[in-house]
Design a protein around this ligand. Structure first.
Ligand code: IMP
Ligand code: MG
Length: 175
């Protein structure tokens, strides 16, 4: 594999995003909704940089490539999503690839009547978008390569790498 983003670059980008969120929301209460499992690391780093009154909820997504329909399967805890009604919401995901996961998540959230919804992603793959939305915050645009690390997986591996790397063909052997 070859590194695309260093730990320092990611840390600086998280700090920039936190600054933008502090400027946008001030001390207004915010609900952050993380799309798991990929956003786990970003979520943990981001929320510790925010100081407004904060709630955290999660949506579990199964990668679309694991399903014949090509749509993301979302598993939603309704009790957690009660923290969405009437509140400002920020949806956080690891990567905006086709954009379908985020669109599906936004459709579910809309049913819970949030006061506002914005979106933030760590990565966006250039030239892959298949939907009409654009994330409000994109930390890095990357080439169309398969990436792992900082929460992103290949077959549930590599999430624990502290940097983001693109896989080479030799990395794809089962382990
Ligand atoms: P989308 O619905 O096509 O935008 O896909 C988003 C989801 O697919 C992400 O939340 C990831 O779980 C997964 N995904 C897409 N590209 C990659 C990648 O390069 N590495 C790891 N996961 C990826
Ligand atoms: Mg994911």
């Amino acid at each position: 594999m070859h590194q695309l983003l260093s730990q320092d670059e990611i840390r600086d980008a998280i700090e920039r995003l936190a600054g933008q969120l502090r400027a946008k929301y001030g001390q207004r209460p915010l609900t952050i909704v993380g799309i798991l499992t990929g956003s786990l690391v970003m979520l943990a780093d981001l929320i510790r940089r925010l100081d407004m009154p904060l709630r955290v909820a999660v949506i579990q997504a199964r990668a679309p490539r694991e399903k014949p329909t090509g749509r993301a399967a979302l598993v939603i805890d309704d009790k957690l999503l009660a923290t969405v009604a009437g509140r400002d919401v920020l949806v956080v995901d690891d990567i905006f690839d086709t954009g379908r996961t985020l669109v599906d998540a936004l459709a579910h959230l809309a049913e819970h009547r949030p006061a506002s919804v914005r979106t933030a992603v760590l990565l966006r793959k250039i030239g892959r978008c298949e939907v009409a939305i654009v994330p409000d915050h994109v930390m890095f645009d990357i080439p169309d390569e398969f990436v792992v690390g900082y929460g992103l997986d290949y077959d549930d591996r590599y999430r624990n790498l502290p940097f983001v790397a693109a896989l080479d063909s030799g990395d794809l052997a089962p382990n």
